[in-house]
Structures are given as C-alpha cells and as structure tokens.
Design a protein around this ligand. Structure first.
Ligand code: SF4
Length: 447
C-alpha cells in the first residue's frame, strides 16, 4: 500500500458535529443516535463507557486509558477560536510536526491534517517523516500504537485524547487471547509442532484494529497482521503454513473473507472468550478452518439488508458498496464490499454520474459526497451515528496538545514497550512481505 493513495483535506463539508448542533438547535429534523454528541467529549471522559455514538452500548475494559481534565480555556473556546489556535501552533511547530487524520474523523479535526487515510496508510505516512519530532494521530489508540511501531524511536506519537480507544480492538484483550491459545493446545496438541505436511495446527491472524499487545502475541506465535485491504492475501499466507487460522478481533472481516475464499461456514466456529473452549466442542475445533473471535465493530454492525432493500427501492440503479466489517448478510446483499480505500477508489473511478449507497462510517461518506458532487452519495444508515471513540478527538484536544508542544512539553505520548514492539513489528513485516497471487486489488466487485 502506498501513501500516494492518501487524500489531502482540502474540502469543507457539513460535518456530523454541525449536523448534531443544528438538530439540538432545532434547525434540522435529522435523526441522530444521541444528541448528547453535541456536548463536548470532556463531559464523558471522566465516566466509564465509550460515550455517545455507535459504540455506546459496548463495555469498556477496566484499565482502559482515561483522559485527565482538559483546561477550561479549551473547553470554553468556540470553533473559530480553536481553529485559530491550532493554526497558530502549527505555524510555530512547522516541519517538527505531522498531523494525521483518520478517514472517520470529524471534519473540524480533519481540516488540520497533513494526511487523511486509513490506519495503516497513516502509520506508513508517519514513517515518511523521520525528521518530525511529533506525530499527532487524530484517530484511536491502536492506530497511534501502530504509528509508534513504524516511526523512529526518538519521535513522539501523540493521541490528543487518551479516551479515544476502539471498542472492537478492546474486544480481544491479551489475557483472553493467551487463555484461548492454551485451550486450543489442549484440543489440538502442541501448537509449535508441524504435522506430516509441514503445517502448524493453527496460525493466529489479527486485524490491524487490535492492540499492540495482540500484534506482539501474533508475532511471537508465527502469525501475521492483516488490513481490510489485504485480508485474503494474508489468509492465503496463513493457510500455506497452518491447518487453520485463529482470526481476531473482527468476526465479520474473518467470515466474509474466508467465505469468499470458499471456506464453508460450518468450518468457522466462533470463539466466545467468556466460555470454556470458546463455547465449542473438541470436534468442532478439530474440524475448523477459521476460528472467529467474537468481536465486531459497532459502527459497521448497524448496517442491515433492509437498508439495502430500501436504497434499491428508492434509488433504482443504485450501486451499493459496504465495508467488510459489515455482517455477512449485508455483504452478500451489496454489489461490492471493500476497505475504505477501495470505496474511495471505486467512486473516484466512476466516469458517469452514479448513485452510491455506502455502508461505512458517516464522516467518510459525507466527505466523499462533498468531494464528488457529480455523484449522488449517501450512507445506507440514515441515522447520524459516528464512531463514538473517534469522536472523542475534539478540536479542543488538538489545540491543547499542539500548544503543549509549542511550550516544550509532550502530552499523551503513546509508546509501545520493546518486548511487545519487537514481535509486533515481525507480524507487520510478515504482512508487508505477503504478496497476493494476482494484482494488488483489495476487493473484487462481487458478481
Ligand atoms: S469504526 Fe469501528 S473499528 Fe473503527 S475505530 Fe470505530 S469502533 Fe473501532
């Protein structure tokens, strides 16, 4: 994957933040998942839970990082004041600073980013700036960890709000995964010994959306990382080395990818970490090809087949593209499924005005609609409900970390310890070395 696929944040568009503010003010009647989103995220940062947004119902792990109180000056500043403060701090820091903005980030933040992309593209972009002293990652915790893994040791990777985690990444914690590994060894025998065909019993594969601790586990145990763009290539790499795959944390990406490769659903048991042997019997595990961790993205889980049916009824000829983190039924009902970068490229490549119904995070869909006015582009889910944790990166936090840097302090640094970072890099390097058998297209249009 190359950084050239990144986009620059040139366009302003009506953001989710503005949409919610206008609903609260009575200027709009759009539905939202919670008008509490209009409050500053600092109102939620001291409480347990992910806060308003699509992950609101998910359970936040104890021990997840919390953010200390943001100084009053930033909480009370209006958007124009924060914008001016961010601009001034950026000008002072110059090339010492790189700001990265995830595709799903709110527009008020993305407008300040030097690069906009998915998590791996942004980590790669950070690598392209070895002389920048600070890399401010406007995304979520695991993304900042990945940037730290790929950047120089002396560079500081900063997450503006430490409460910006990822509910999906949090669904596979390292203790649960270690326990799963031990239980699999009880059923499958020693996991580090190859059989007569030279295959290991199981290869662990983790989605990029996982903690550095999980990536380190995978690296230590002969496994590999994947993205939503290269999941099939990575599974092919794993099947060349093992009888089966343990895939985490996202069950949907694992199931959708393996199903497209011809793995029967009966050979994809689910591993529920709260039950002995994941809730499976020994026979099901022995017969498995892909063991799916019981994790999901609360943003992409919101999409339904009924929404696709409605889009087709209301917009004859509509082209439906969904992210592979969506449930299998939704991917099956769509015209195409692919990563955020695939979605962006598919729209970019359309040469005639087209109606697109997109199944992914609302901020990205709104930005695409603004960037490609020749097409009609809308989100399959009519309810404005962004990723709760990504939404925690408010311009107030961005202004605060930049002004701290100007003052010579380094707030909210994300650092992965060497014992985790070394094997995690091994797992990432395996991913980079794994090559697809054909062209590097990340998802083929479904027939
Ligand atoms: S959109 Fe889903 S996977 Fe991405 S950061 Fe939010 S919760 Fe995590």
């Amino acid at each position: 994957m190359t950084v050239s696929t990144l986009t620059t944040p040139a366009l302003r568009d009506p953001s989710v933040d503005h949409a919610i503010q206008s609903i609260v003010a009575g200027a709009s009647t759009d539905a939202t998942c919670s008008t509490d989103l209009a409050a500053g995220p600092w109102d939620f940062d001291t409480r347990p839970g992910y806060g308003p947004g699509s992950s609101m119902g998910d359970v936040i792990p104890t021990g997840a990082p919390r953010q200390g109180e943001l100084p009053r000056a930033y909480r009370e500043a209006d958007e124009a004041q924060l914008h001016a403060r961010i601009q001034a701090a950026r000008a002072t820091l110059g090339d010492r600073l790189v700001i990265l903005g995830h595709f799903y980030q709110r527009e008020e933040v993305v407008r300040h980013a030097d690069y906009v992309g998915d998590s791996f593209q942004l980590a790669t972009a950070a690598k392209e700036h070895p002389n920048a002293e600070a890399i401010v990652f406007c995304g979520v915790h695991f993304m900042a960890e990945t940037a730290d893994l790929l950047s120089q040791p002396e560079q500081a990777v900063i997450l503006p709000n430490l409460a910006a985690g990822c509910s999906m990444a949090d669904m596979a914690d390292i203790d649960q995964v270690e326990e799963c590994w031990e239980q699999l060894a009880e059923v499958l025998g020693p996991l580090d010994q190859v059989d007569a065909d030279g295959l290991l019993p199981v290869i662990p594969v983790t989605y990029m959306n996982s903690s550095a601790a999980i990536k380190g586990f995978v690296g230590r145990n002969g496994g590999i990382v994947c993205t939503s763009s290269n999941a099939q290539t990575v599974l092919e790499w794993a099947f060349a080395r093992g009888r089966r795959v343990l895939f985490f944390p996202d069950q949907h990406l694992g199931r959708n990818t393996a199903k497209a490769m011809g793995v029967p659903l009966e050979q994809m048991p689910m591993w529920n970490p709260r039950r002995p042997f994941g809730g499976n019997d020994a026979e099901a595990l022995a017969d498995s090809r892909v063991i799916l961790w019981h994790g999901f993205c609360s943003v992409h889980r919101r999409f339904t087949v009924a929404q696709i049916d409605q889009a087709r009824a209301e917009h004859p000829g509509v082209r439906v593209i969904v992210h592979p983190e969506c449930p299998m039924e939704v991917v099956d009902a769509a015209d195409e499924a692919g990563s955020t970068d695939y979605i962006r490229r598919a729209i970019d490549a359309a040469t005639t005005p087209t109606t697109f119904a997109i199944g992914t995070e609302i901020n990205l869909v709104r930005r695409l609609a603004a960037q490609y006015p020749q097409h009609e582009i809308f989100c399959l889910d009519p309810v404005v409900c962004p990723c709760s944790t990504m939404y925690r990166i408010h311009p107030g936090y961005l202004a605060w970390v930049l002004e701290e840097l100007v003052a010579g302090r380094t707030p909210n640094r994300i650092q992965v310890s060497a014992d985790v970072a070394d094997p995690a890099r091994v797992a990432l390097e395996r991913m980079l070395a794994a090559k697809p058998p054909v062209a590097t297209q990340d998802a083929a249009p479904r027939a």
